[in-house]
Write a protein that binds this ligand. Sequence first.
Ligand SMILES: C[S@@+](CC[C@H](N)C(=O)[O-])C[C@H]1O[C@@H](n2cnc3c(N)ncnc32)[C@H](O)[C@@H]1O
Length: 295
Amino acid sequence: MRLPHPIPYQGSKRKLAHLIGRYVPKSATFYEPFCGSGAMTIYAAHKGLANRFVLGDSLEPIVRLQQAIVEMPAKTADRYQTVWEGQTSDNFGYFNDVRARYNADRDAVDLLYLICRCVKNAIRFNKAGNFTQSHDKRRLGTHPEKMRAAIHGVSQILKGKVEYRVGDWLETTFDADPDDFVYMDPPYLGTSVGPDKRYHQQMTQEPLIAGLAKLNARSVPFVLSYDGMTGDKEYGPPLPDHLGMTRLLLHAGMSSQATLSGRKEETVESLYLSADLAEPVDGVIRAPAQLSLTL
Ligand SMILES: C[S@@+](CC[C@H](N)C(=O)[O-])C[C@H]1O[C@@H](n2cnc3c(N)ncnc32)[C@H](O)[C@@H]1O
């Protein structure tokens, strides 16, 4: 069954949710502190894995967008339709007008339109948090009727069950305890170093490692998606053994980036399970313990 997914966020875990979901236990509260489009929260709510959810991100407008979708679906769908219908095929300046408006006001539904309409849904922000990606010449972005159905679908699953938090992931998860569960999908090193900065905020390994140690100290179960490899290009060093995690490799499919450049390369993503979670199941490859990755 296809789950509703209104925010076509680059890096969304929508396609991997069923694989990652194998490792998600039932919990009192499901935390997703790097939520973006919230693909795992949608999956977990659909599967009844928790009755309460905490959605957080350091990008405030994406959290407000989540809130608008879940709590005010009709109004949000109407507003998206109005913004979407403002565009015409002979007015390429329209996207830039909405982008300028978003950069001035940080309106959540303007952000939804920009995500849907920008090149390859590949969001880009500058240091000031302004949206910098251009419009995609070949597509108009999700049709309002399709968007309305997706928005109502998500709202039906999540309404009344979510708490929204804006900020760093450690603040979002400060009250998680052993009955809860945390799914983390931070920006990968591969998208955080070098000139191609995908998200408004980057992430280095040291604070991530320190934060995971804090979750361990409180016995909070968690699953972390982190880095991986495309073809023979590897994105980052593995996380240290002292965190006691099990590292799995998920086959994430063919790299669309490589396919566009005429190469066939498979993307493999790392999935780290906290020490107390189940052993790997069939169909997932365990990474050799000594596997060494280089930047
Ligand atoms: C890889 S995306 C998450 C995608 C998400 N799993 C999905 O399914 O759409 C990473 C997200 O982390 C956010 N982020 C970056 N640094 C953060 C931090 N320190 N704390 C919380 N969120 C952060 C970014 O704004 C971005 O939305």
